[in-house]
Design a protein around this ligand. Structure first.
Ligand code: GDP
Ligand code: MG
Length: 437
């Protein structure tokens, strides 16, 4: 991982006081290689390392407590700067605010339309109307209807109407009469940039005069994403970029290249297929991700959102007193499941992404565990030490598992309990102190 490499190559510099062209050369090579690995465009990587070099040459290593960390900071700040510095919101001031989606087929427009509707509903107390502007495939309209239903947002469609310009105009009229303050227009894409698609989306733009045109792009397409972004921007002059499929190990170098090439802010990132897998784009966090630190802050935020604070407080008390029981364990499993795809979440933890790729975890992983806990009586759940041999047999039969599985769970539970007690009593503080700042 790049930040580790930077730190180690810079440890050597500590005694030398200043960063010089000679002693920085290897490190800069590392930086450039890491950027290329992360899908950053070659020219941009080269320019970037030049900027970092200039900043680093001026820095005083002697005064820095940890020169390696200083270098990480220079690179991180420079990356964040390049991606826009701060997070940018979407324009919702007008009534209704009209948002138009643009992008290739399969980039994630329909999914993102749903995610955005959910975000605006839940976080901004808006009342969005979704508009089915991908009229050529009946399946596309159905897909948006399903998404709208899941989010709880109505979908405007016109049976048999194959004119997306007219549909979009009519939808905005409908939004005004029905009091929707946001209109999200989903559109048709094609597999590659072509004139028909561009004509259509331009015509929709001219007809409805959207306040936000969001260009949706699949971050896994790497350098192609940059070219596509440029072509759409030349035609539409869009307001912001949505990077989808930034799940797991996709390293996000496309973010950097796109920002640099079209000079438009990235506003959101999609991190999974589920409709809550959406994060506001934070340049500093993306910089961390490119550096290989993992997007810990987004992870923590997402977890906190789902976590009932009251329950957390109670749980902490129980943990400290070593009273954590199987009911709490079951509650924890439910919380984790609520958080969405575990793999999405866990892959944001530094170092975990790669490991997970090899190991196939899914939500079903908890099925057996849940069944076993549900087969326990309340007193067994609260006082696991009473679960003797005959009780284990009964629980195994009741849960459709076997005694070995029950034994394994009870053992795991005892270990978890021990670990959680330790964590709640100070060891956690030590762990936090050692995390990258
Ligand atoms: P559209 O053709 O632009 O409307 O794209 P869709 O919204 O239909 O998405 C295409 C495919 O990508 C679908 O299978 C989605 O579930 C998937 N998808 C969309 N966004 C994400 C994302 O952020 N992560 C992942 N893993 N899949 C996504
Ligand atoms: Mg679609």
């Amino acid at each position: 991982n790049l930040s580790e490499r930077l730190e180690s190559s810079f440890k050597l510099l500590k005694g030398q006081g200043r960063i010089t062209e000679v002693n920085i050369a290897e490190t800069l090579k590392d930086v450039r290689r890491a950027l290329l690995d992360a899908d950053v465009n070659f020219k941009i990587a080269k320019e970037f390392t030049k900027d970092v070099k200039e900043k680093a040459l001026g820095a005083n290593v002697l005064n820095a407590v940890k020169p390696g960390q200083l270098m990480v900071k220079i690179v991180r700040d420079e990356l964040a700067q390049l991606m826009g510095g701060t997070a940018e919101e979407i324009d919702l001031k007008r009534q209704p605010a009209v948002i138009l989606m643009a992008g290739l087929q399969g980039s994630g427009k329909t999914t993102f339309s749903g995610k955005l509707a959910g975000f605006l509903k839940n976080k901004k107390s808006k009342n969005p109307l979704l508009v089915a502007g991908d009229v050529y495939r009946p399946a596309a309209i159905d897909q948006l209807k399903v998404v709208g239903e899941q989010i709880g947002a109505p979908v405007y469609t016109e049976e048999g109407n194959k004119n997306p310009v007219k549909i979009a105009k009519a939808a905005i009229k409908e939004a005004k009469t029905k009091g929707h303050d946001v209109v999200i227009v989903d559109t048709a894409g094609r597999l590659a940039v072509d004139e028909d698609m561009m004509k259509e989306i331009s015509a929709i733009k001219d007809a409805i005069n959207p306040h936000e045109i969001l260009f949706v792009v699949d971050s896994m397409t790497g350098q192609d994403a940059v070219n596509t972004a440029k072509e759409f921007n030349d035609r539409l002059d869009f307001n912001g970029v949505i990077l989808t499929k930034l799940d797991g190990d996709t390293r996000g170098g496309a973010a950097l290249s796109i920002r640099k090439v079209v000079d438009k802010p990235i506003k959101f990132v999609g991190t999974g297929e589920k409709l809550d897998a959406l994060d506001v784009f934070h340049p500093d966090r993306m910089a961390d991700r490119i550096l290989g630190m993992g997007d810990v802050v987004s992870l923590v935020e997402r977890a906190q959102e789902q976590f009932d604070e009251e329950q957390a407080r109670k749980l902490n008390k129980k943990l400290a007193k070593n009273q954590f029981d199987f009911d709490d364990f079951l509650g924890q499993i439910q919380q984790i499941k609520k958080m969405g795809n575990i793999k999405d979440l866990a892959s944001m933890i530094p170092g975990v992404g790669k490991a997970l790729k090899k190991m196939d975890i899914d939500d079903d992983a908890f099925k057996g565990i849940e069944a076993i806990i549900r087969a326990m009586t309340p007193s067994e759940r609260q006082q696991p030490n009473i679960i003797n041999g005959s009780r284990r047999k009964r629980i195994a039969d009741g849960s459709g598992t076997n005694v070995q599985e029950v034994n394994r769970l009870i053992k795991q539970f005892a270990e978890t309990r021990k670990m959680m007690k330790a964590m709640s009593s100070g060891k956690m503080k030590n762990m936090m102190r050692n995390m990258p700042q």
